[in-house]
Each structure stands twice: as structure tokens, then as C-alpha cells.
Ligand binder design. Structure first.
Ligand SMILES: [Zn+2]
Length: 330
């Protein structure tokens, strides 16, 4: 494929992924094969709304050498694996989409999927866990691809989708999310109504102290908050941005404000979640992450699975994320 067309395809796909909600913030990445030896990939840590054609990175499949004004995505290893395993694959999408990530934690072995859906995806398999950007993760995904499947659920992380064209790969990502959504277990029904007055009072009190604070009142977060049990990090992106758990805090407003000074997300029974960040973008990203974490928590609890990320891994990922992020901001 022509390089300038491929670059534009990646820019467009990044925005489409944001619009469909399959990708949030800078998470997830997209690549396109140019020829037998080269491919182009989205850069590391750049928001899709701000990514332009010149930001796309060109890479050599065999040597891993790259050319561009940014570093290639930290998850380039799994893209390379896909092109190496399948000569017919020309487009690869990696996302942290909610329902597929949840099914990667629990219930994959009982997945209710029709034969034609499986064929449309090109086969699906669950790969073992590896920390983001590591050889271990690349190898685990490669092993799954070598069995011939084009969709790989990456344990505690997300999903890799391979296709012949951009359109085919995008429609697989959307189909996968539909299949996984109907396989989600647990109840998302809010039985106890939240009090609008309390929520408003709490938010205005928190915003006096923190400019970028918000309430997250999705069904999953409200159900989790009312359950009164903290949410453990089961996915890498929550471990990176929030930490190894989201605690439940109740009682007086002062209590809640005190708690949110130390962490960026808490659950409040009767309300949902409270998040605070240093920018509007981060605040929105936290809201999406906490909702996904809540969906995963409800689904895995209903499936009787813990699927927690280890304390060591969670601590390590948060540190690496903070270092990377402070570097990007400076
Ligand atoms: Zn990822």
C-alpha cells in the first residue's frame, strides 16, 4: 500500500475508534502493512484527536528499526508478530475495549458465539498475561496467533484484531464487542436510586477544592458503589492510571474530600464514583476507566473469578506510567 494512504488510514481509524468508544485517550494502537518488509503504526502516547499523518511512525518488520518524529507505540511487538505470522494480514488494531477485556478475565471458555460469528472474526483465543510492552506479552500473543486465530484476547489487558483491510478489521472489533457484551454476567440494575441533591452538593464541594473533578454515575459504578466492596485492578490500564484498587468511602462530605486528596478515584455508596484529575482529558479518561473496571468487577464476581493483577505488577505499572506521563507533559 502507498505510504501516504496508509498514514491517513491510521489517523482516520484512531478517530473512528474514539467515536465508537472502543478506545479511550491514547490507549490502543493501529497499524497498516506497507509491503513485505515495512508497516506504519500510531505513535506512543499521542492523543488520537491530535495525531496527524506526519506523526505516524514507519517501521521495519525484521529489524524493528523505525523512522519518525515520535517513538512507535510501546505495544509494537504484538503488531509485528501479527504481520510475521500472517502474510495476508494488512491491518492490525489493538484496543482495551470494555466487554472483550472483561471476557478475557472470566467466562471466555463458555463464550456464547455463533459459528458464523467465529468465522467472521477469523477465530478467537485467549493469550496468557504479560506486562505491557514486554517480550513475554509479545510471545504470548504470537503463540495464540500461530494457532491461526485472527482475534486474540490479551489477559488483563485488551485485545488484538487482525484483518486484510481497515474495514474488515474495524468491523471485527465492533462485532467482537457485541458478542462479548451479550456474554457479560451479573446484574447492572440499579435498585437503590441515587439522590440527585446529595450528588450535586458533593460535586460542588469537591470542585471547590479540585477543578477537574467529576461524578461517574454509570449503572456499573453505582452498582459497585452500593455493593460497598472496593474494586481491585484487573486490567493494566486501571493499574497504571488509578492504582491497585478503588476504595469505598462513605459518610460526611468532608470525609470524602479527605479521601480524594490522596487518590484520584473512589466509590461512594448512593452516588457512584468520584474522580479528580489534573486536566479535563484525564478526568474523562478516569471516568471511562472506572466504568470499565466496574463492569469487569461485576462480571468476574458473577463468574466467581478474581483475576486480580498482582500487587507487584500493579505498583510497577503505576510507577512506569507516572514517569512516562510526567515526561510527556514536560
Ligand atoms: Zn494495550
Amino acid at each position: 500500500m502507498d505510504e501516504s494512504i496508509a498514514r491517513k488510514l491510521l489517523v482516520d481509524t484512531g478517530r473512528e475508534l474514539l467515536e465508537t468508544g472502543l478506545v479511550a485517550r491514547t490507549w490502543g494502537n493501529v497499524s497498516c502493512r506497507l509491503d513485505e518488509y515495512n508497516f506504519v503504526i500510531t505513535p506512543s502516547g499521542l492523543d488520537y484527536t491530535r495525531t496527524e499523518e506526519e506523526d505516524i511512525v514507519k517501521m521495519n518488520l525484521a529489524s524493528g528499526e523505525w523512522q519518525g518524529i515520535h517513538k512507535p507505540s510501546g505495544e509494537r511487538g504484538v503488531h509485528i508478530a501479527a504481520y510475521q505470522v500472517f502474510p495476508e494480514v494488512n491491518f492490525v488494531i489493538h484496543t482495551h475495549q470494555t466487554y472483550a477485556s472483561a471476557l478475557g478475565l472470566a467466562g471466555f471458555q463458555y463464550l456464547d458465539i455463533r459459528k458464523e460469528e467465529k468465522e467472521a472474526l477469523g477465530g478467537i483465543m485467549l493469550a496468557d498475561y504479560g506486562l505491557p510492552g514486554t517480550k513475554k506479552l509479545t510471545n504470548a500473543v504470537k503463540e495464540a496467533l500461530q494457532t491461526g486465530v485472527k482475534v486474540v484476547l490479551m489477559s488483563n489487558h485488551g485485545v488484538l484484531i487482525c484483518g486484510g483491510t481497515k474495514e474488515e478489521t474495524m468491523s471485527k472489533a465492533i462485532l467482537l464487542e457485541e458478542i462479548c457484551k451479550r456474554n457479560i454476567k451479573g446484574s447492572f440494575e440499579v435498585t437503590q436510586k441515587t439522590k440527585a441533591n446529595d450528588a450535586e452538593a458533593l460535586l460542588s464541594a469537591v470542585r471547590k477544592k479540585f477543578q477537574y473533578a467529576a461524578l461517574v454515575q454509570t449503572p456499573a459504578t453505582i452498582v459497585c458503589a452500593n455493593r460497598g466492596v472496593s474494586i481491585d485492578a484487573q486490567l493494566d490500564d486501571m493499574a497504571q492510571m488509578i492504582g491497585r484498587k478503588i476504595s469505598v468511602v462513605s459518610g460526611e462530605v468532608a470525609n470524602i474530600i479527605h479521601a480524594i486528596e490522596k487518590v484520584n478515584a473512589i466509590l461512594v455508596p448512593g452516588i457512584g464514583a468520584v474522580v479528580r484529575a489534573e486536566s479535563e482529558d484525564d478526568m474523562i479518561a478516569l471516568g471511562l476507566l472506572i466504568d470499565k473496571a466496574a463492569v469487569c468487577s461485576i462480571h468476574s464476581a458473577a463468574s466467581n473469578v478474581k483475576a486480580r493483577i498482582s500487587v507487584t505488577h500493579a505498583t510497577l505499572m503505576k510507577l512506569v506510567y507516572q514517569m512516562k506521563y510526567s515526561k510527556q507533559k514536560s
